[in-house]
Ligand binder design. Structure first.
Ligand code: ZN
Length: 87
């Protein structure tokens, strides 16, 4: 069972969390359409670590950023999500 160390709640089972998307695929309404298309359909797909947006849906309901390895699933960091943080 994979555990996620929520910064608000401590270690909890992954089943309490919901994966949303990678940080580099988040779009906003004021982006040019070319950037939106690139972010949704042409983004990097690294074989190593990536930054992902998750939510502690069945816990504190906070949005979190996980640094997770795509192949091993090892989680290097879990941080609160701040929408203005650089990717
Ligand atoms: Zn939590």
């Amino acid at each position: 069972m994979m555990l996620i160390d929520c910064p608000y709640c401590g270690e909890r089972a992954q089943a309490e969390f919901t994966y949303e998307r990678t940080l580099d695929s988040i779009v906003s309404l004021d982006m040019p359409v070319e950037e939106v298309l690139a972010r949704l359909f042409s983004r990097a797909n690294p074989r190593g670590e990536d930054r992902e947006l998750w939510r502690h849906t069945f816990g504190c309901r906070q949005w979190l950023v996980l640094r997770r390895h795509r192949r091993t699933h090892a989680i290097a960091a879990v941080d609160p999500y701040a929408p203005d943080d650089p990717e």
